[in-house]
Ligand binder design. Structure first.
Ligand code: CDP
Length: 233
């Protein structure tokens, strides 16, 4: 699978990253989480007061920070083997998944300068082949990706999955708050001007509302065989 790019796009909490990680482990491909980059920029903005609680953004300050102060790097996690994201040298892989970041990330991701910054990083690390998940990978970041998947699932099921994930990490959250955040992000992501969340014309749909990750892998193995002649064990 070297040199091959698999783009996985879809709505919030459809399990894109779980699927992408499983594919990366099975096929030995680099995994890149584009959402983590938007989340890291959001965390920086929250810490520096570049976004307030009503999600008003200091666009000039953010633009300057992107040009000179935000440095993204990666560090291999001994337990997972995956690469954790670091913001200015600090590993923020866990911090960026918390609800305060989730609540501000979609407004930050509408800012063109932020999208250009993230796209640059994704091309830097992913051009040689990868499995990458996000909202605009198959439409804007890698429109020539070798395989494009578009994931959906019922909103309530997605909110429950996100809640279970948060609870497992010991984070308190309320189902209604999580559902509201999921729906708000879907709305902002699909209505923004620059590179909105949209199914690429040549994407293959996957509704995993009632599928396990194992069932998804079986589904994928059929596609890989048909498309690339690859047998996935
Ligand atoms: O995992 P989850 O569905 O919660 O979202 P994520 O992949 O971590 O992405 C967080 C947010 O970043 C999304 O809600 C989008 O607003 C933004 N994003 C984007 O605009 N474009 C991407 N390619 C990836 C994420």
């Amino acid at each position: 699978m070297s040199g091959i790019i698999i783009a996985i796009d879809g709505y919030s909490s459809t399990g894109k990253s779980t699927f992408a990680k499983a594919i990366s482990a099975k096929l030995g491909m680099v995994y890149l989480d584009s959402g983590a980059l938007y989340r890291a920029v959001t965390l920086y903005s929250l810490e520096k007061g570049l976004i307030d609680k009503d999600n008003n953004i200091d666009l000039e300050g953010l633009q300057k920070a992107l040009e000179s102060d935000i440095v993204i790097s990666y560090e291999q996690n001994d337990e997972t083997g995956l690469f954790d994201i670091c913001l200015n040298g600090v590993n923020v892989e866990k911090r960026i998944r918390m609800l305060d970041v989730s609540s501000s990330v979609s407004p930050i991701a509408t800012v063109p300068a932020v999208r250009n910054f993230v796209d640059g990083q994704l091309h830097l690390y992913g051009s040689e082949g990868c499995v990458m998940d996000g909202r605009d990978i198959g439409t804007a970041v890698f429109p020539n990706a070798d395989l494009k998947l578009f994931m959906t699932a019922d909103a309530e099921i997605r909110a429950q999955r996100r809640l279970d994930e948060m609870k497992a990490k010991g984070e308190e959250a309320d189902f209604e708050d999580v559902l509201k955040n999921v729906l708000e992000r879907d709305y902002i992501d699909s209505h923004r001007e620059m590179n909105p969340l949209r199914r690429a014309d040549d994407a293959i749909d996957l509704d995993n509302s009632h599928m396990t990750i194992e069932e998804q892998m079986v589904w994928l193995s059929g596609i890989l065989k048909e498309r690339f002649g690859i047998e996935m064990q």
